[in-house]
Design a protein around this ligand. Structure first.
Ligand SMILES: Nc1ncnc2c1ncn2[C@@H]1O[C@H](COP(=O)(O)OP(=O)(O)OP(=O)(O)O)[C@@H](O)[C@H]1O
Ligand SMILES: [Mg+2]
Length: 294
Protein backbone atom coordinates (compact mmCIF):
# COMPACT_ATOMS: atom_id res chain seq x y z
CA UNK A 1 0.00 0.00 0.00
CA UNK A 2 1.32 3.45 -0.85
CA UNK A 3 2.45 5.48 2.11
CA UNK A 4 0.05 8.27 3.06
CA UNK A 5 1.43 11.77 3.12
CA UNK A 6 1.78 13.09 6.67
CA UNK A 7 -1.02 15.46 7.65
CA UNK A 8 1.29 18.49 7.97
CA UNK A 9 2.15 18.20 4.28
CA UNK A 10 -1.48 18.41 3.16
CA UNK A 11 -3.71 20.11 5.75
CA UNK A 12 -5.20 23.55 5.02
CA UNK A 13 -6.61 25.40 2.07
CA UNK A 14 -4.41 26.22 -0.89
CA UNK A 15 -4.31 29.98 -1.32
CA UNK A 16 -1.17 30.61 -3.31
CA UNK A 17 1.65 29.10 -5.30
CA UNK A 18 5.37 29.65 -5.12
CA UNK A 19 7.36 29.00 -8.28
CA UNK A 20 10.71 27.34 -7.57
CA UNK A 21 13.65 26.66 -9.82
CA UNK A 22 16.27 24.22 -8.61
CA UNK A 23 19.05 22.69 -10.55
CA UNK A 24 19.53 19.08 -9.64
CA UNK A 25 23.25 19.72 -9.65
CA UNK A 26 22.99 21.93 -6.62
CA UNK A 27 21.31 19.12 -4.70
CA UNK A 28 23.97 16.66 -5.80
CA UNK A 29 26.55 19.06 -4.45
CA UNK A 30 24.96 18.68 -1.07
CA UNK A 31 25.17 14.93 -1.12
CA UNK A 32 28.81 14.83 -2.09
CA UNK A 33 30.32 17.87 -0.54
CA UNK A 34 30.33 20.21 2.34
CA UNK A 35 26.78 19.54 3.40
CA UNK A 36 26.77 15.78 3.22
CA UNK A 37 26.95 15.14 6.96
CA UNK A 38 23.62 14.27 8.55
CA UNK A 39 24.05 16.92 11.22
CA UNK A 40 24.54 19.68 8.64
CA UNK A 41 20.85 19.74 7.68
CA UNK A 42 19.82 20.38 11.26
CA UNK A 43 22.61 22.86 11.81
CA UNK A 44 21.37 24.88 8.81
CA UNK A 45 17.81 24.98 10.12
CA UNK A 46 18.99 26.05 13.56
CA UNK A 47 21.13 28.74 11.93
CA UNK A 48 17.99 30.00 10.18
CA UNK A 49 16.21 30.15 13.54
CA UNK A 50 19.10 32.13 14.95
CA UNK A 51 19.01 34.49 11.95
CA UNK A 52 15.26 35.00 12.44
CA UNK A 53 16.07 36.47 15.88
CA UNK A 54 14.57 33.54 17.76
CA UNK A 55 15.16 33.48 21.49
CA UNK A 56 14.92 29.68 21.51
CA UNK A 57 15.02 26.76 19.13
CA UNK A 58 13.86 23.19 19.78
CA UNK A 59 15.25 20.31 17.74
CA UNK A 60 13.02 17.24 18.02
CA UNK A 61 13.96 13.87 16.60
CA UNK A 62 11.61 10.87 16.62
CA UNK A 63 12.76 8.18 19.01
CA UNK A 64 12.13 5.49 16.46
CA UNK A 65 14.07 7.11 13.66
CA UNK A 66 13.71 4.02 11.44
CA UNK A 67 9.93 4.08 11.42
CA UNK A 68 8.29 5.42 8.28
CA UNK A 69 6.50 8.14 10.26
CA UNK A 70 9.69 9.37 11.91
CA UNK A 71 10.34 13.09 11.60
CA UNK A 72 12.89 15.71 12.55
CA UNK A 73 11.43 19.07 13.56
CA UNK A 74 13.05 22.40 14.29
CA UNK A 75 10.80 24.83 16.14
CA UNK A 76 11.65 28.46 16.82
CA UNK A 77 10.03 31.63 18.14
CA UNK A 78 11.70 33.85 15.58
CA UNK A 79 10.19 36.41 13.20
CA UNK A 80 8.85 33.66 10.90
CA UNK A 81 7.51 34.26 7.40
CA UNK A 82 4.46 35.64 5.65
CA UNK A 83 3.74 34.86 2.00
CA UNK A 84 6.59 37.09 0.80
CA UNK A 85 8.89 35.48 3.35
CA UNK A 86 7.97 32.03 2.05
CA UNK A 87 8.65 33.18 -1.50
CA UNK A 88 12.05 34.42 -0.35
CA UNK A 89 12.61 31.08 1.39
CA UNK A 90 12.24 29.23 -1.90
CA UNK A 91 14.31 31.59 -4.01
CA UNK A 92 17.35 29.42 -4.47
CA UNK A 93 20.69 31.11 -4.26
CA UNK A 94 19.48 34.50 -3.12
CA UNK A 95 19.54 35.70 0.45
CA UNK A 96 18.31 39.02 1.75
CA UNK A 97 20.56 38.44 4.74
CA UNK A 98 23.59 39.25 2.62
CA UNK A 99 22.24 42.76 2.12
CA UNK A 100 24.70 44.78 4.18
CA UNK A 101 22.30 47.71 4.29
CA UNK A 102 19.75 45.68 6.17
CA UNK A 103 22.11 44.21 8.72
CA UNK A 104 21.50 45.79 12.08
CA UNK A 105 24.77 45.17 13.82
CA UNK A 106 23.16 45.91 17.17
CA UNK A 107 20.81 42.97 16.78
CA UNK A 108 22.51 39.84 15.44
CA UNK A 109 24.98 39.29 12.69
CA UNK A 110 23.35 36.73 10.40
CA UNK A 111 24.94 33.34 9.80
CA UNK A 112 23.19 32.83 6.43
CA UNK A 113 24.51 34.31 3.21
CA UNK A 114 23.77 32.17 0.20
CA UNK A 115 20.09 31.25 0.12
CA UNK A 116 20.75 27.51 -0.09
CA UNK A 117 21.14 26.34 3.52
CA UNK A 118 17.69 24.76 3.71
CA UNK A 119 18.61 22.48 0.79
CA UNK A 120 20.94 20.60 3.13
CA UNK A 121 17.74 18.89 4.34
CA UNK A 122 17.63 17.01 1.03
CA UNK A 123 20.37 14.72 2.32
CA UNK A 124 18.12 13.53 5.16
CA UNK A 125 14.57 13.77 3.91
CA UNK A 126 12.24 13.58 0.94
CA UNK A 127 9.95 16.33 2.23
CA UNK A 128 10.58 19.64 3.91
CA UNK A 129 7.59 21.46 5.40
CA UNK A 130 7.55 24.92 6.93
CA UNK A 131 4.61 25.89 9.11
CA UNK A 132 4.61 29.53 10.10
CA UNK A 133 2.69 31.73 12.43
CA UNK A 134 2.98 35.43 11.79
CA UNK A 135 0.45 38.22 12.39
CA UNK A 136 -2.11 35.68 13.62
CA UNK A 137 -2.01 33.81 10.31
CA UNK A 138 -0.89 30.23 9.88
CA UNK A 139 0.78 29.29 6.59
CA UNK A 140 2.32 26.03 5.43
CA UNK A 141 4.48 25.05 2.47
CA UNK A 142 5.90 21.65 1.66
CA UNK A 143 8.72 20.89 -0.75
CA UNK A 144 8.38 17.33 -2.02
CA UNK A 145 11.91 16.69 -3.21
CA UNK A 146 10.64 13.59 -4.99
CA UNK A 147 8.95 15.89 -7.51
CA UNK A 148 12.44 16.83 -8.68
CA UNK A 149 13.74 13.31 -9.10
CA UNK A 150 12.14 12.71 -12.48
CA UNK A 151 14.05 15.61 -13.85
CA UNK A 152 17.58 14.61 -12.99
CA UNK A 153 18.99 15.48 -16.37
CA UNK A 154 17.33 18.87 -16.72
CA UNK A 155 19.47 21.94 -16.08
CA UNK A 156 16.72 23.35 -13.91
CA UNK A 157 13.70 21.71 -12.38
CA UNK A 158 10.75 24.04 -12.22
CA UNK A 159 7.88 23.39 -9.92
CA UNK A 160 5.20 25.17 -7.98
CA UNK A 161 4.79 24.77 -4.27
CA UNK A 162 1.33 25.13 -2.78
CA UNK A 163 0.96 27.65 0.01
CA UNK A 164 -1.71 26.50 2.43
CA UNK A 165 -3.65 28.67 4.82
CA UNK A 166 -4.41 26.97 8.12
CA UNK A 167 -6.88 27.83 10.84
CA UNK A 168 -5.51 27.70 14.38
CA UNK A 169 -7.19 24.34 14.89
CA UNK A 170 -5.68 23.00 11.69
CA UNK A 171 -2.26 24.22 12.76
CA UNK A 172 -2.72 22.37 16.06
CA UNK A 173 -3.82 19.27 14.20
CA UNK A 174 -0.82 19.50 11.88
CA UNK A 175 1.59 19.77 14.78
CA UNK A 176 0.07 17.26 17.17
CA UNK A 177 2.88 14.92 16.19
CA UNK A 178 5.23 17.23 18.15
CA UNK A 179 3.24 16.49 21.30
CA UNK A 180 4.08 12.80 20.88
CA UNK A 181 7.72 13.90 21.04
CA UNK A 182 7.05 15.53 24.44
CA UNK A 183 7.01 19.04 23.03
CA UNK A 184 4.48 21.22 24.82
CA UNK A 185 2.25 22.65 22.08
CA UNK A 186 0.92 25.28 24.50
CA UNK A 187 4.19 27.09 23.90
CA UNK A 188 2.99 27.76 20.34
CA UNK A 189 -0.72 28.14 20.91
CA UNK A 190 -1.13 29.99 24.20
CA UNK A 191 -0.66 33.39 22.49
CA UNK A 192 2.53 34.30 24.35
CA UNK A 193 4.58 33.73 21.23
CA UNK A 194 3.60 36.14 18.44
CA UNK A 195 5.43 34.39 15.67
CA UNK A 196 7.00 30.98 15.25
CA UNK A 197 8.27 28.59 12.61
CA UNK A 198 8.24 24.82 12.56
CA UNK A 199 10.44 23.16 9.92
CA UNK A 200 9.72 19.47 9.53
CA UNK A 201 11.76 16.85 7.72
CA UNK A 202 9.64 13.82 6.89
CA UNK A 203 9.83 10.70 4.76
CA UNK A 204 13.39 10.36 5.99
CA UNK A 205 16.25 8.85 4.00
CA UNK A 206 18.62 6.10 5.18
CA UNK A 207 21.27 8.70 6.07
CA UNK A 208 19.29 9.52 9.26
CA UNK A 209 20.68 6.34 10.78
CA UNK A 210 24.06 8.10 10.90
CA UNK A 211 22.58 10.85 13.02
CA UNK A 212 24.05 10.31 16.47
CA UNK A 213 22.39 12.45 19.18
CA UNK A 214 25.70 12.85 21.05
CA UNK A 215 27.43 14.11 17.94
CA UNK A 216 24.50 16.40 17.08
CA UNK A 217 24.52 17.84 20.58
CA UNK A 218 28.22 18.53 20.30
CA UNK A 219 27.85 20.10 16.84
CA UNK A 220 25.03 22.36 18.01
CA UNK A 221 26.88 23.32 21.16
CA UNK A 222 29.86 24.51 19.17
CA UNK A 223 28.30 25.83 15.97
CA UNK A 224 26.09 28.68 17.14
CA UNK A 225 27.43 32.07 18.12
CA UNK A 226 27.66 32.47 21.86
CA UNK A 227 24.79 34.72 22.82
CA UNK A 228 22.89 34.32 26.05
CA UNK A 229 19.69 35.42 24.26
CA UNK A 230 19.50 32.27 22.10
CA UNK A 231 18.77 28.95 23.79
CA UNK A 232 18.73 25.63 21.98
CA UNK A 233 17.17 22.35 23.03
CA UNK A 234 17.62 18.85 21.67
CA UNK A 235 14.69 16.58 22.51
CA UNK A 236 13.75 19.01 25.29
CA UNK A 237 17.20 19.06 26.90
CA UNK A 238 18.97 22.39 26.84
CA UNK A 239 22.20 22.42 24.89
CA UNK A 240 24.75 24.56 26.64
CA UNK A 241 27.27 26.27 24.39
CA UNK A 242 30.42 24.25 24.94
CA UNK A 243 32.73 27.22 24.78
CA UNK A 244 31.15 28.73 27.88
CA UNK A 245 32.22 26.01 30.23
CA UNK A 246 35.63 25.33 28.74
CA UNK A 247 38.49 27.02 30.52
CA UNK A 248 41.13 28.43 28.17
CA UNK A 249 44.32 26.38 28.04
CA UNK A 250 46.45 29.44 27.61
CA UNK A 251 46.15 33.17 27.02
CA UNK A 252 48.58 34.84 24.67
CA UNK A 253 48.90 38.59 24.99
CA UNK A 254 50.38 40.48 22.08
CA UNK A 255 53.66 42.03 23.20
CA UNK A 256 53.96 40.02 26.44
CA UNK A 257 56.85 37.53 26.20
CA UNK A 258 56.09 37.76 22.50
CA UNK A 259 58.67 35.54 20.82
CA UNK A 260 57.00 35.93 17.42
CA UNK A 261 57.42 39.71 17.58
CA UNK A 262 61.01 39.32 18.81
CA UNK A 263 61.89 36.92 15.99
CA UNK A 264 60.40 39.27 13.41
CA UNK A 265 62.31 42.19 14.89
CA UNK A 266 59.25 44.16 16.00
CA UNK A 267 59.38 46.20 19.17
CA UNK A 268 57.33 45.04 22.14
CA UNK A 269 56.59 47.43 24.97
CA UNK A 270 54.57 47.76 28.17
CA UNK A 271 52.64 50.87 29.17
CA UNK A 272 51.23 50.67 32.71
CA UNK A 273 49.03 53.72 32.15
CA UNK A 274 46.78 51.75 29.78
CA UNK A 275 43.90 49.37 30.67
CA UNK A 276 44.93 45.75 31.36
CA UNK A 277 44.28 44.31 27.90
CA UNK A 278 46.25 47.10 26.21
CA UNK A 279 49.24 47.34 28.54
CA UNK A 280 51.37 45.18 26.30
CA UNK A 281 51.77 45.96 22.63
CA UNK A 282 53.83 45.48 19.51
CA UNK A 283 54.67 48.25 17.10
CA UNK A 284 54.38 47.31 13.44
CA UNK A 285 55.95 49.62 10.86
CA UNK A 286 52.77 50.01 8.80
CA UNK A 287 50.08 49.75 11.45
CA UNK A 288 51.57 51.38 14.51
CA UNK A 289 51.08 49.90 17.99
CA UNK A 290 48.76 46.93 18.14
CA UNK A 291 47.40 45.25 21.26
CA UNK A 292 45.20 42.27 21.95
CA UNK A 293 45.05 38.69 23.16
CA UNK A 294 44.13 35.24 21.97
N1 LIG B 1 13.15 29.59 10.64
C1 LIG B 1 13.04 30.63 9.82
N2 LIG B 1 12.43 31.78 10.23
C2 LIG B 1 12.32 32.85 9.42
N3 LIG B 1 12.80 32.88 8.15
C3 LIG B 1 13.41 31.78 7.67
C4 LIG B 1 13.57 30.61 8.48
N4 LIG B 1 14.20 29.67 7.72
C5 LIG B 1 14.46 30.24 6.53
N5 LIG B 1 13.99 31.51 6.48
C6 LIG B 1 14.06 32.44 5.34
O1 LIG B 1 14.40 31.69 4.19
C7 LIG B 1 15.57 32.19 3.57
C8 LIG B 1 16.37 31.08 2.93
O2 LIG B 1 17.00 30.24 3.90
P1 LIG B 1 18.36 29.49 3.53
O3 LIG B 1 18.86 28.81 4.75
O4 LIG B 1 18.14 28.64 2.34
O5 LIG B 1 19.33 30.67 3.10
P2 LIG B 1 20.08 31.76 3.98
O6 LIG B 1 19.95 31.44 5.42
O7 LIG B 1 19.58 33.10 3.54
O8 LIG B 1 21.60 31.57 3.49
P3 LIG B 1 22.52 30.24 3.67
O9 LIG B 1 22.46 29.52 2.36
O10 LIG B 1 23.87 30.78 3.95
O11 LIG B 1 21.94 29.45 4.79
C9 LIG B 1 16.29 32.93 4.67
O12 LIG B 1 17.11 33.96 4.13
C10 LIG B 1 15.14 33.49 5.50
O13 LIG B 1 14.66 34.68 4.90
MG1 LIG C 1 20.38 29.56 6.19
Amino acid sequence: MAKQNPIFTTIGKKTNEIPVEISYKILELFSGGLYSSPTKAIEELVANSFDAFASWVHVLISQDIDSENAIIAVVDDGDSMDIDGLKALWKIGESAKADEQKIDKNKRLPIGKFGIGKLATWVLSRELTHICKQKNKYLAVTMFYSNLDNNKTAENSKLNLDVRNLSKDEAKEALKTLATMNFDLNILFNNNVDSWTVSILSNLKPMVKDLKPGRLEWVLSTAMPLTPDFKSYLNNKEIKPIKLDTKPINKLIIGKNDKVADNLGFISDKNDMLPDEEKFGVTLPTLGRITGFV
